[in-house]
Design a protein around this ligand. Structure first.
Ligand code: FMN
Length: 346
């Protein structure tokens, strides 16, 4: 359905929920021969509509809209809630923030979130954290929209293939942001992007896109040599001029290399990889409510941290190799990646 070999550059700028994606970034990537994406999981249908319309006005190239597949979740007991609130309430951060447990529903129904997709018809629709209802995949296909789903293991890849979608996003353990594992409480094989890509290419019959610590054209060449049809890069785009990642996020990516990146459930309730900071350290071993309840509970704190440019209390999602992030505009980054890829494949 979507022909990756027709792309000028086999690169998907990763969907990144939480304010990083925007029409300018997505359209610049798309106009440069790649796929521009949006992580729409926390966006209202109106915002999704506006972003897609604004992007379409800037490019005729491919756009990818991405959503989380939320699992049904219940509030844990009052005692657990109290412990989770206490863990967040007394952090040594300057400024006021509130912490309270949200009321159900804890997330928007995916059917409502997808309404703007049916109206605007981006070329690609992708899902993270699991397989959505098959009726939604069928609806996308009936409108000519290609569908992809993240997998972190061969077992998940097989489930993705069985769902009848067009491609698998093979997310390695190095990847920044939320780990796309279907069951965050299940066993995690922690495969590298390359190991996983090779397994999926060998065992599955649909195309595979590699994601995880791909920072230059040589990395992308390795993914293609492993059998991938394209590479999905998140962190590499975070410091682009067009990226709306926060100032502190960009500063930590470019300068705080000794921190390294680690997994935490403290911000959202699900494991996600980000630059190590005070919040992650202080939340280690603390009681955390399930995703996305914990995410809502930390929203006020995270917003305060963005307002005050305090990188210690923001979720600074980043892949394992974030020290190689470049500060360029999206067009120049795409050009550099294309040239490096060309040389590496020669
Ligand atoms: C800031 C940030 C936000 C992310 N948000 C999403 C998301 O909303 N949906 C998704 O499928 N993947 C998301 N990811 C994961 C990416 O799709 C991809 O797996 C990852 O960026 C690849 O690793 P890299 O960051 O080292 O390139 C996010 C990654 C980052 C860095």
């Amino acid at each position: 359905m979507f022909n990756f070999s027709k792309l000028g550059v086999p690169i998907i700028q990763a969907p990144m929920a939480g304010g990083t994606n925007n029409p300018l970034l997505a359209s610049e990537v798309s106009n440069a021969g790649g796929v521009g994406s949006f992580g729409f999981s926390y966006s209202t249908p109106q915002k999704i509509s506006e972003d897609l319309a604004a992007t379409r006005a800037l490019t005729n190239g491919p756009i990818n809209a991405n959503f989380f597949v939320f699992s049904p979740v219940d509030l844990p007991s009052q005692a657990i809630q109290t412990q989770a609130i206490e863990a967040l309430k007394n952090l040594p951060v300057e400024g006021d923030y509130s912490v309270s447990t949200p009321q159900a529903p804890f997330y928007s129904a995916i059917e409502d979130q997808l309404n703007p997709i049916w109206a605007h018809r981006p070329e690609i629709l992708t899902f993270h954290f699991g397989v959505p209802p098959l009726s939604l995949i069928e609806k996308a296909h009936s409108l000519g929209i290609a569908v992809g789903i993240t997998a972190t293991s061969l077992k998940e890849g097989k489930a993705v293939e069985k769902a009848g979608v067009d491609f698998i996003v093979a997310q390695g353990i190095e990847a920044g942001g939320h780990r796309g594992i279907f069951d965050p409480d299940g066993e995690d094989e922690k495969l590298s992007a390359m190991e996983l890509t090779k397994q999926l290419v060998k065992e599955c019959s649909i195309p595979v896109v590699t994601a995880g610590a791909l920072m230059n054209g040589a990395d992308i060449a390795n993914a293609l040599k492993a059998g991938a049809v394209a590479a999905q890069l998140g962190t590499a785009f975070l410091c682009c001029d067009e990226s709306t990642a926060s100032l502190a996020h960009k500063e930590f990516l470019l300068k705080r290399h000794s921190r390294g990146s680690v997994f935490t459930t403290g911000f959202s309730g699900r494991p996600a990889r980000g630059i190590d900071n005070e919040f992650i350290q202080l939340m280690d071993g603390k009681v955390v409510l399930p995703f996305p309840i914990q995410n809502t509970m930390t929203a006020s704190l995270r917003q305060l941290a963005v307002r005050t440019n305090n990188g210690e209390y923001q979720s600074l999602w980043a892949g394992q190799d974030y020290s190689r992030t470049r500060k360029l505009n999206a067009k120049s980054l795409m050009l550099a990646l294309k040239e490096e890829l060309f040389i590496a494949l020669d």
